[in-house]
Write a protein that binds this ligand. Structure first.
Ligand SMILES: Cc1ncc(COP(=O)(O)O)c(C=O)c1O
Length: 498
């Protein structure tokens, strides 16, 4: 049964009974999705939407093999991991086979937040240190320990930034960050920032337990760290007695195509000490995992406290997890991510020639970001335009989100069965909407003038042009609320707290 209530009634009941800080996508006209299949979602009227954002439905929404595996195991048994069960050990073995050998010890949990919270406990216990280095704009989860290390969240709080044990390093963003693509060695420059943080902390008598980073920053704006950055950071952090935690909650399980794990993009010589996983691991079923080294596992054991998690690693979750691994392999979804991801990036890059609003296209596999700017020279974030685009695409039955510190980065992270035809469709629609937006703002004419008169003139005219006419305060606030619901709720500071 797809619908119990009509949409208006669902909205009313949600308003009445669900916490007001739990936001919905597209708050001006929320969507009611009643079923989904592959890379498509269907609303209560049977309208089909192309899903470019649900990395949780990794192998495709409602994949029959995953559904069957869960249902079959549910008919038989579901219980906690204090009973022996083959699904648990088989899953651990299969997962280990995708990772470097030294990462061999698993802890099964139920969400990305639980995984990261446990990773912090492992690091604290193993190192005997307390402090954590995190990246600017990072989001690692919703529990207290993780809000504290998530600038994406705590920078929204007026009274935030107060935890002395948390140190924020610059995001290794070579488009908008401190060291850019024209820097001769951004990997060293960004890792030296981490080294400096370590040294300053030591001067104050503080000790670093861990550096934590997503292997590719997602909510932080689809940031691809320069190769070699993680190795250099790990050297500094380990030299100071800390460990390296790679958060693969968004980007793991083959999304990058060329590798199973996004940290492997940094090179064969890099291996984190702890890897956390979530979202895609169960294709929508709440399941997650922390994998670490035997030494770290032993030291956690030495604390004398049992680790027990009621649902973590239950036979149903593990059956589902095994089915997900099978589908990734059988349907060559990594290969698809590579082929379609490259094609999508190529189509988007071609659009750069036509659309001055596109400042940057970056991506690996089916993890792609398009940064919209009002001025390519100044890189002025085109926040309102990005929000306009997202809403207009929704009207065209395409679901896309915008994120990053300025909420101007279009985020592609679709189910891994996304096709070349889907890529063409979404890029065609983006082309249409950007053409309209640029016409309305006069950006297109200015771009022509730039081509004719050189970049300095363009910088000046874009600056004078200012904000998009349709991006008045009211619209901006509304789109903020809509965007707030998207994945990790980044909002401009002080506008709305989540
Ligand atoms: C990088 C990253 N880590 C951790 C989490 C937290 O995962 P969960 O919402 O499953 O607790 C998220 C959620 O968006 C995330 O993006």
């Amino acid at each position: 049964m797809a619908e119990i209530y009509d949409k208006q009634k669902t909205i009313e009941l949600r308003r009445k009974h669900v916490g007001p800080s739990c936001k919905v996508f597209f708050s001006q006209d929320p969507m009611k999705i009643v079923r989904a299949k592959g890379q498509y979602m269907y609303d209560e009227n049977g309208e089909r939407y192309l899903d470019c954002i649900n990395n949780v439905a990794h192998v495709g929404h409602s994949h029959p093999d995953v559904v069957k595996a869960g249902a079959r195991q549910m008919e038989l048994l579901n219980t906690n991991s204090r009973f022996l069960h083959d699904n648990l050990v088989q899953y651990a073995q299969r997962l280990q086979a995708t990772l470097p050998k030294r990462l061999s010890v698993c802890y099964f949990v139920n969400s990305g937040s639980e995984a990261n919270d446990l990773a912090l406990r492992l690091a604290w216990q193993f190192t005997g240190h307390k402090d954590i280095i995190t990246l600017n704009h990072a989001y690692h989860g919703h529990v207290s320990s993780l809000i504290a290390i998530s600038p994406y969240k705590f920078h929204q709080m007026e009274e935030g930034d107060g935890d002395q044990s948390v140190h924020v390093a610059p995001s290794p963003d070579i488009y908008r960050g401190k060291y850019r693509e024209d820097h001769p060695d951004p990997a060293t420059a960004y890792s030296d920032e981490v080294r400096d943080i370590l040294q300053n902390a030591h001067k104050k008598g503080r000790k670093i337990a861990a550096f934590i980073a997503e292997s590719l920053q997602s909510c932080g704006g689809q940031v691809i760290p320069p190769p070699g950055y993680f190795q250099k950071v790990a050297e500094h952090v380990r030299g100071a007695g800390g460990v390296f935690i790679a958060d693969e909650v968004q980007v793991g399980f083959g999304r990058v195509g060329s590798h199973f794990w996004a940290f492997q993009l940094q090179g064969q010589d890099f291996c984190p000490d702890i890897v956390t996983m979530g979202k895609p691991i169960g294709n929508g079923h709440p399941m997650s995992c922390v994998v670490t080294t035997r030494d770290i596992g032993q030291s956690f054991m030495a604390s004398g406290m049992e680790y027990f998690n009621t649902f973590g690693g239950n036979p149903v979750s593990c059956a589902i997890g095994l089915a997900v691994l099978d589908v990734i392999e059988r349907e060559d979804l990594r290969g698809n991510a590579l082929r379609v991801g490259n094609y999508l990036s190529q189509l988007l890059t071609q659009q750069m020639e036509k659309h001055p609003l596109i400042g940057d296209v970056r991506g690996v596999g089916l993890f792609v970001g398009v940064e919209l700017v009002r001025d390519r020279v100044k890189r002025t974030p085109a926040t309102a335009e990005a929000q306009d685009l997202i809403y207009k695409l929704k009207d065209q039955r395409i679901l896309l989100s915008a994120d990053g510190p300025h909420r101007n980065v279009l985020k592609f992270k679709p189910p891994m069965c996304f096709s070349e035809e889907d890529a063409r469709l979404v890029v065609d629609k983006i082309d249409q909407v950007l053409t309209e937006l640029e016409k309305a703002t006069g950006l297109h004419t200015q771009a022509v003038a730039v081509a004719e008169n050189g970049p300095s003139k363009r910088a000046r005219t874009c600056e004078e042009n200012g904000r998009h006419p349709s991006s008045g305060k009211e619209h901006f606030n509304d789109s903020c609320r809509q965007e707030e619901a998207q994945c990790c709720d980044r909002l401009p500071v002080k506008r709305l707290r989540t």
